[in-house]
Design a protein around this ligand. Structure first.
Ligand code: PGA
Length: 269
C-alpha cells in the first residue's frame, strides 16, 4: 500500500496514514439554484447539529446563491452562526482588504455582515500583511487552535486548472497554507471581477491541499460548462498535482454537487 499523505489527527494531532482511494458522491441537479439550496442545507444541518462547528467557506460566483439562502435562513431564525467559526479558503495578496474585488469584501457583503457570526470567529488571510510567509504561518496556526474543520465548502477552478482553494496545478497533496502564484487561466477568469483587470494580484495566500483534506466533510460546488473539464479531471483523470481537485479522491466524505453543464464531460453521468 502507498501512503498518499499524512493527516494530523483532528483532536490529538497525531499523524495517521491515509492509504486508500475513495469514490466521492456525485449529485447532479438540473438547475443551478438547486445547488445553492443543497449547499445551504448542508451548512444549516451542520450548524444545527453542532452550533460551534468550524466551517471552511469559499468565495467566487458559484457560492453566491448559497450565501443568499444562508442569510435568508438566518433572518427566518432557522439558524444562528453565533457559536460557529469560519476559516476562509483563500485571499489575494497583496491587496487592500477593502478593495471591491478582495475576498474580505466579498465575505462581508455576502455573509459576515448579514448574519450573527462574531467578527473574531471569522478568519481570512490578511491581504495587506507585510510578509506573506509570516501571514501564511499565522493562518496555518488557526487550524490547530480551532481543533479541525467540520465541513469545507469548495469551488473548483476554471478550465483545466482544477484548483481547489488556490492550489493551482503543481500543488502537492501534503501542501499547507502558503503563497501561490495564480495560474494564467485563473488570472484571466478572475481578473474580470476587478474594476481594472490589470490590478489583479499575481498570487494568493491559500489553504493547502492537506488543510482541505483534513476537514471531516467536504462538498465541492460546480456550475457551468467552464467547470466541466476540471470536474472530469478531478473525478476521472489520474490523481495528482496536475489536477489538484483529484486529491479529493483520497477523502472519505466528499460530495461533488454539480449542474448538468458542469457534469457534461463525465463519462459516468
Ligand atoms: P467561481 O470560482 O465560483 O467564481 O467560478 C471558483 C474557484 O475558482 O474556485
Amino acid at each position: 500500500m502507498v501512503t498518499f499523505y499524512k493527516e494530523r489527527d483532528r483532536v490529538g494531532l497525531e499523524t495517521r496514514e491515509k492509504t486508500s482511494v475513495c469514490k466521492p458522491d456525485i449529485i447532479v441537479f438540473d438547475q443551478p439554484e438547486q445547488i445553492d439550496q443543497y449547499a445551504a442545507d448542508r451548512v444549516i444541518n451542520q450548524i444545527q447539529k453542532k452550533p460551534n462547528s468550524v466551517l471552511t467557506l469559499p468565495t467566487g460566483s458559484t457560492p453566491e446563491g448559497m450565501y443568499k439562502k444562508l442569510v435568508d435562513a438566518y433572518r427566518q431564525r432557522k439558524v444562528s452562526f453565533k457559536d460557529a467559526t469560519v476559516i476562509n479558503l483563500d485571499e489575494y495578496w497583496p491587496l487592500d482588504p477593502n478593495h471591491p474585488a478582495s475576498y474580505s469584501t466579498y465575505m462581508k457583503k455576502n455573509f459576515i455582515d448579514l448574519v450573527d457570526i462574531p467578527l473574531e470567529k471569522w478568519h481570512i488571510p490578511n491581504s495587506r500583511a507585510p510578509d506573506r510567509n509570516q501571514e501564511a504561518a499565522r493562518f496555518e496556526r488557526l487550524f490547530e487552535e480551532a481543533g479541525g474543520v467540520d465541513l469545507a465548502v469548495l469551488g473548483i477552478g476554471p478550465g483545466t486548472t482544477c484548483h481547489i482553494g488556490f492550489n493551482e496545478r503543481g500543488s502537492a497533496v501534503n501542501s499547507r497554507v502558503r503563497y501561490v502564484s495564480l495560474d494564467p487561466q485563473t488570472a484571466m477568469e478572475n481578473s474580470k471581477k476587478f474594476p481594472n483587470p490589470e490590478d489583479i494580484p499575481a498570487g494568493t495566500i491559500t489553504q493547502g491541499v492537506a488543510n482541505i483534506l483534513e476537514a471531516e466533510k467536504i462538498i465541492l460546488l460546480a456550475k457551468g460548462v467552464i467547470k466541466a473539464k476540471g470536474v472530469h479531471l478531478a473525478l476521472e483523470g489520474p490523481i495528482g498535482s496536475d489536477a489538484p481537485a483529484s486529491f479529493l479522491r483520497y477523502h472519505p466524505n466528499t460530495t461533488f454537487v454539480l449542474d448538468a453543464d458542469a457534469a457534461s464531460k463525465l463519462k459516468s453521468s
